[in-house]
Design a protein. Sequence first.
Length: 736
Amino acid sequence: MSINKQNFKRFDKQVNELLEKMTLKEKIGQLNQSSKAKNPEQQKKYEDMCRNGEMGSMILAATSTAGNTDEYKVYTEYYNEFQKIAVNESRLGIPLIFGRDVIHGHRTVFPIPLASACAFNPELVEKCYRAVAKEATAEGIHWTFSPMVDLTRDPRWGRIIEGPGEDPYVGARFAEAAVKGFQGSDEDDLANRDSLVACAKHYLGYGFSEGGRDYNTTDISGYTLQNCVLPAFRAAVNAGCATVMSSFNDINGVPVAASPYYINELLHGELGFEGFVVSDWGSIRQMIREGVARDLKECAELGIKSGVDMDMDLSCYADNLESLVNEGKLDVKYIDEAVRNVLRIKFACGLFDDPFREFVEIDKKPHIELAREIAGESMLLLKNSNNLLPLNKDEKIILAGPFSQERHSLKGSWSGDGEVSIITTMEEAITEVVDANGGSLVTVKNDIIYNKASLEFFKNDGVIVLALGEGSLVSGEANSIAEIEISENQVQLAKEAHASGKKVVGVIIGGRPLALQPIEPYLDAILYAWHCGTETAHAACDIIFGDVNPSGKSSVTFVKSTGHIPLYYNELLPAKKINSYYGTENVIRTTPGFSGYLDIPAVPMYPFGFGLSYTTFEISAPKVNTPSITVEKLKEGECIEVSVTVKNTGTRKGKETVQLYIHDIIASYIRPQKELKGFKKIELEAGEEKEITLPLGYDELGFFDERGNYLVEQGDIEIFVGDDCMTKNKTKITLL
Ligand code: NOJ
């Protein structure tokens, strides 16, 4: 597999010298992460702990779900005080590492990760996360608990917003882009002041929380784990990610944080991870509730022996590891190993040489521009009947809907530090455009939208724009919902707008891919604007009024109804011909030999990879440089090169994401109907055409068995190249 860029063991000389000098208490201190002090007594206690070398890290938050709220802010002076004590007053002067949930933005908020993944533009994602790192480190934060790379197939799960969607390949590209953005791409970049230590989370399988209910148990086969869940973590590790967070969940009855297999063997062993693992908040002690430990001491023993190096809050390690060693139940080698992992990263990020931070004022204007750019690439044009969009800038607009004057929700969940005051509402953004261009805007205020008074407004001349969707408090941690249909009162509003005979544009603000079937018939155009951060409204208007040609492609399937879940494009080939993902829209009744549903067709509402543009593209039949290749040659690094010509056949400049899927026709395991194995986003002038080539090598053409053996098997493989996963544009190669 790919070259592993982890090289944190290069600090082991310094690490081991320091370790030699440490007492058991000081070692355990390095494994203890406290939260912010909640009262003066706790403040005093924490100061003493720093003085005594009993704290290795602080999470700058007071509660475990702090990223969903505005309850706290960062204060550089606050933690410098602790740092001074740790560095100047403790025996060995080991600096603390300060962590915080800087997930998809700090002061400037970028799109939720699910949306950013839809940009299919890793270079742009990397730039954005670089900007995030600059803002966060300018306020002294060393370490972020991001990127979240949990693959999920369940849009009921509130935390779907935080990850890259349903596809392992997109997940992997997103993971490495985010890590490089936070940490820099060279080995030594981590020591730069504007680098933020990244943390790939939640290791492992958290996105499979049963029923989409947060913190629920997960049941994942080894086959799915290896092929779908692990790739993003592997990519994060290969990109040099310095830390990993273990997840709350169990897999098949074994809490991940109590599993030497998942952490020691798989993460450190197979994936070659050399950094440290932090637990999720209080997840060491939760093993009592899960019924795998009798008391806190057993929790601590399970956690440390499994390879969880640092205990996030609630002091389970701090209170129990010493007695475990003294009672002979725990070999100190486990503690030494964990301390080594932590110290390596403290050396790698330069904390010993440069432990203090001061607040630095930075110019955020370029970040806001970047936020607007990526938001424009992340939004999805899902419908555009009769090319209703883009609208003319001198159009008369009637704006209604619960999100027309909303600011906060546009930021999305996990954006506690994002400045709300700099967010523009849809009403303000539309006003900016129409006022400057001779158009007009009438807004139906939120207090009357759901009563008949709105009907009066719909009698005005113009185009109706409805700002619809869901708020940011129905997604994120512990915010799952059972039904993902867009709300009934919004459907009613759209119905009334449609009944007026005017054209209706729906701008959907959402954290998850909502089920839009009930509303779709009443909307002539649908722009899925997600929770795209600070610049959501500006970016939506850039698209609505044609300054930006939409290019987002969905990194997740849009189901027709909640009952469709789980529905994902890379499903395994079924036993009988079914009317499912790749079925037929108008076939809903099953006949012998078919499965699917009796009541609705099982095809998606919008498939993975889908998104319209204001122009059209033609992708030629794929050609390969050779129709066959031996597995040995692939192993030696040779590739099959797949080429297509892409032509912009419309009248506007635009960007297209060319997507390459494979299907392994006969294999020793049932393989997915389609699997994404490459993509390239290109920009073409009207009429322009370009040839693009995508490589398929050893890493792309095989799969893992349930035990983690990588298999590249001889036989035929279909290669599809198109503009979404439904493409039938294909060729075939043979592996010899
Ligand atoms: C719990 C969440 O699961 C995790 O993602 C987050 O980083 C921690 N809390 C810290 O806030």
